[in-house]
Write a protein that binds this ligand. Structure first.
Ligand code: SF4
Ligand code: SF4
Length: 309
């Protein structure tokens, strides 16, 4: 089922159709055409699970399919920016680059962004467009922070006598691109099933907060990054997607809530408390939100308890 309600800035919920007719508040929270665009972007017609739905946690996809849910329209604006970038690219392919085609096999379907001569003279390059945060790009590039002893000690205060540390960036970490790699590789497989030869895969990641100091501190100093994606075997992809499609189908047929999403899928619980569109219908999200509130009342920082919740 689709998102049927908007969450207003004051926390009230309203049917999307009613909001678009008239806003009960003194002023709309954003321009009417923007709200219409948000509503259109939420109005998904596909019933069969897509590549991106199968990559997400099965519980999340299940809940979004069986229950009506409410979304804060402002939380969809980044996705809308992403769609605008897709549409700009699509309008500039000049008939020599394939774009935004939905392909299907007997497991799922997926819509790739760009395929053709998009980077150099090679006409077999598959590209995916992302508008994302400096945090996600930092992880994707394998950048991380390491605490380094400065050789100095605190001269006063509670930490008097203790060594001082500073954070330094390192660039040799694990490149955390698994979700992107799984998604792009499935599109590659779908294209190859249609007889196309895919020679290389890349993500074009546009950083949405590149002008902020936090991005610089994360080592992200450019607006756009081209990130290569390695090949994943077709055999692994088919097993992974068949397995997830089977669990989802079974849950839908028996109307059984699937197990809690895996820790990677739920972003170490951050998604459950703040971002998952299915969280209002998910018992785990309610439990974790209550737990978070209690820990905050005790004055603990999120990093102290989030992973253990
Ligand atoms: S315009 Fe914004 S504040 Fe008004 S009803 Fe819609 S979501 Fe709520
Ligand atoms: S709230 Fe968390 S556990 Fe529940 S569906 Fe969303 S991501 Fe999964």
């Amino acid at each position: 089922m689709p998102a049927t309600k908007f969450i207003c800035p004051n926390g009230n919920k309203i049917k999307i159709s009613e909001c678009l007719k008239t806003c009960p508040n003194s002023q709309r929270c954003m321009f009417l055409p923007t709200l219409r665009a948000v509503a259109n972007s939420l109005d998904r017609k596909l019933t069969e699970p897509t590549v991106t739905e199968l990559i997400a946690g099965t519980r999340e996809t299940y809940l979004k399919k069986i229950s009506n849910y409410a979304v804060d329209p402002s939380s969809v604006l980044y996705a809308l920016q992403g769609q605008a970038i897709h549409s700009i690219n699509e309008k500039n392919t000049q008939g020599e680059i394939l774009s935004e085609e939905r392909l299907k096999d007997d497991i799922t379907s997926g819509q790739f962004d760009l395929f053709g001569k998009i980077l150099d003279s090679d006409d077999g390059v598959l590209g995916d467009l992302k508008v994302t945060s400096s945090f996600k790009i930092m992880k994707a590039l394998g950048i991380y922070k390491e605490k380094v002893d400065t050789g100095e000690v605190y001269k006063s205060g509670l930490k008097k006598g203790l060594p001082k540390f500073k954070s330094e960036l390192r660039y040799d970490g694990v490149k955390e691109v698994l979700d992107w790699a799984i998604q792009l590789n499935y599109y590659r497989m779908l294209l190859e099933q249609q007889g196309f030869k895919v020679s290389k895969m890349f993500i074009q990641a546009i950083c949405r907060d590149s002008n902020l100091r936090i991005a610089q501190e994360r080592g992200i100093d450019k607006n756009v990054y081209i990130i290569p994606i390695n090949k994943i075997s077709d055999c692994w992809l088919k097993k992974y997607f068949s397995h997830k499609a089977k669990i989802l189908k079974n849950a839908l047929q028996t109307k059984t809530l699937p197990p809690v999403c895996k820790i990677r899928e739920r972003w170490e619980n951050k998604k459950c408390t703040d971002y998952c569109a299915a969280r209002e219908n998910c018992p785990y999200a309610q439990k974790i939100t209550q737990f978070t509130k209690t820990q905050e009342q005790k004055g603990l920082e999120p990093d102290d308890y989030r992973k253990t919740a």
